[in-house]
Write a protein that binds this ligand. Structure first.
Ligand code: SAT
Ligand code: MN
Length: 586
């Protein structure tokens, strides 16, 4: 008798007709054989063995360089369960239409079976997935991003409970590219892309879209959040989780080298992209990082913005779509002030110099988490780490101050639900347009977002000691168009204030949008910043916020009667508080 896993793999093979089926064990030898295949295929090279040992560069198809939200679907039985923010396709229609594309899609290719764990091996919060794929690049990437092979098979053996994911490169034609989620079946189908979140099915597809559905059913949370620990001078570590849209600096923040190290504030990395959280026995919210590696944006990364990752990516790293120097080292815009001579661009052509970027704006490094110099000793703790603060944020050139604290959990949910950010190169489409991105989950919530807000409110009522909720904005600009805040390691100054607020200290002024630090509350020693800039960074402009509140109200209309009434109330309260300020001033 075949096990359910064997039966599913056989069915996948019958459909896609590969020339062979290889079960991956996750070993180093296997990874080296995959790299040999990749090199033979011609789109992958080994980098300089002396300076970047065991590192490769993969050049993806030029039409396949970012996540494609327009071809990402939630295939729930009922359309309304996918909600207004997701693309929806009926499950039968999806199976027919995309099933036809899978028919014989692996002819002449090898099908790899990759069992994987999302979460530390010993954790009760950990889940199992199995991805079958015809891409060796996906296999070597999954080996870094998740815990693959034997370790996962053992866990399936016991419970026979896994999320299957069928992936094929197909013909890489964007017209025939689909990323499908069947949440009721807990099944993923992806065809036509070999890139990042489209193809590494453990990441966005499982750990966010499918997991968010499971989390609502089972009473936990699957969130697009980094996790970090902030150590204070007494040695105590306080954990925080932060949600920012793709390519807004989650990895840099999680790996931050604190500007306040000398006074005893250090940052420990737990995760850079996804948090699975559940209430612990002591009534606090506990988080695990379901991933085992970082898939970070390369451009802009350097010894100042993220020295920890610069150190981490010097070995055992996969680079995707970066440029290469004459000595076969990776390079990207912002790595060094000047482009080195003899550069090849991300497609392997002689670089056109300043005319177009040598590295693709969404080029990436894929690096094992344990190589991070400041990886937390608790990053694989089966119980997770207790979260004291949840931080929302985005890229906002205007309006949102550097930091503010919500007035309550319910108000914090409103803050998260009304979040907006300017789009980045992480997704196909226009860059720099502002879009509402609730909890940074717009592309990742696997069900109706109105129900998702309700689940957040419900969690707040259930958790005995819920974290405080904050909002940050590192990206506010002055009238000259320059960033007002230096960002990166200096962001620890904001985290320090958040820590103080968590501990019932930290000076704040109550404004209509929440608690904003007083002028003296932020530790600014050693930082060159003018008092005017500081003032502008913390300014809450009533007129700007009236407009913002109105836009949030319009956005909320999308959710119809599935919008929890609490959020409509919060929106009305914000408007009232703003009116009050305007009338007392006027
Ligand atoms: O390509 S991914 O979806 O993994 C990266 C991102 O958009 O955050
Ligand atoms: Mn992400």
């Amino acid at each position: 008798m075949a096990t359910p896993l064997e039966a599913w793999v056989e069915e996948a093979a019958r459909r896609t007709r590969p020339k062979e089926v290889v079960w991956c064990d996750g070993s180093e030898g296997e990874a080296q054989r995959m790299v040999e295949r990749l090199v033979a295929e011609g789109r992958t090279i080994r980098l300089n063995e002396n300076t970047y040992p065991n590192c490769i560069l993969h050049r993806s198809d030029p039409s396949d360089v970012a996540r494609t939200e327009q071809v990402t679907f939630i295939c729930s039985r009922r359309k309304e369960d996918a909600g207004p923010t997701n693309n929806w396709m009926a499950p039968e229609e999806a199976k027919q239409k995309v099933g036809a594309l899978f028919q014989g899609a692996m002819t002449g290719r090898t099908m790899y079976v990759v069992p994987y764990l999302m979460g530390p091996a010993e954790s009760a919060m950990t889940r199992v997935g199995v991805e079958v794929t015809d891409s060796p690049y996906v296999v070597v990437s999954m080996r870094i991003m998740a815990r693959i092979g034997k370790i996962a098979l053992e866990r399936i053996g016991k419970a026979n409970d896994f999320v299957p994911g069928l992936h094929s490169l197909g013909d890489l034609n964007p017209e025939r590219r689909f990323v499908l989620h069947f949440p009721e079946e807990k099944l993923i189908w992806s065809i036509g892309s070999g890139y990042g979140g489209n193809a590494l099915l453990g990441k966005k597809c499982f750990a966010l879209r499918i997991a968010s559905w499971m989390a609502r059913e089972e009473g936990w949370m699957a969130e697009h959040m980094l996790i970090l620990g902030l150590e204070d001078p007494s040695g105590k570590v306080t954990y925080m989780a932060a949600a920012f849209p793709s390519a807004c600096g989650k990895t840099n923040m999680a790996m931050m080298v604190s500007a306040l190290e000398d006074s005893g504030y250090r940052v420990w990395t737990v995760g850079d992209d996804i948090a699975w959280m559940q209430e612990g026995p002591d009534g606090q919210l506990y988080a695990i990082n379901p991933e085992a590696g970082f898939f970070g944006v390369a451009p802009g990364t350097n010894d100042l913005t993220n020295p920890n990752v610069m150190e981490a990516v010097k070995r055992n790293t996969i680079f995707t779509n970066v440029a290469t120097t004459a000595s076969r080292e990776p390079w990207w815009e912002g790595m060094t002030p000047q482009a080195p001579p003899g550069l090849l661009d991300w497609q392997g052509r002689v670089s056109a110099g300043a005319k177009s970027p040598a590295a693709h704006p969404n080029s990436r490094y894929t690096v094992p988490a344990q190589q991070a110099p400041r990886i937390s000793p608790h990053w694989e703790d089966p119980a997770g780490v207790p979260i004291s603060a949840i931080i929302f944020g985005g890229r906002r050139a205007r309006v949102a101050p550097l930091v503010y604290e919500s007035l309550s959990w319910q108000h914090g949910v409103f803050v998260g639900a009304g979040m907006a950010s300017e789009t980045t190169a992480a997704i196909t489409g226009e860059v720099g347009v502002r879009r509402r991105d609730p909890m940074a989950m717009l592309p990742f919530c696997g069900y109706h977002m109105g129900d998702y807000f309700r689940h957040w409110l419900e969690m707040g009522r259930r958790i005995a000691r819920p974290p405080k909720i904050f909002h940050v904005n590192w990206f506010r600009k002055g009238s000259n168009g320059q960033f007002l805040w230096p960002g990166f390691g200096e962001n620890v100054r904001v985290l320090k204030w958040i820590l103080e607020r968590v501990n019932g200290k930290g000076q704040a002024e109550e404004t209509p949008i929440g608690f904003v630090p007083t002028k003296r509350a932020l530790t600014l020693d050693g930082l060159q910043i003018s008092p005017e800039n500081m003032e502008e960074l913390l300014r809450v402009d009533a007129a700007d916020w009236q407009k913002e509140a109105g836009e949030i109200g319009t956005f909320f209309k999308k959710f119809g009667d599935r919008l929890p009434p609490e959020l409509r109330e919060e929106q009305a309260h914000l408007t009232e508080r703003l009116n009050l300020v305007a009338s007392t001033k006027g």
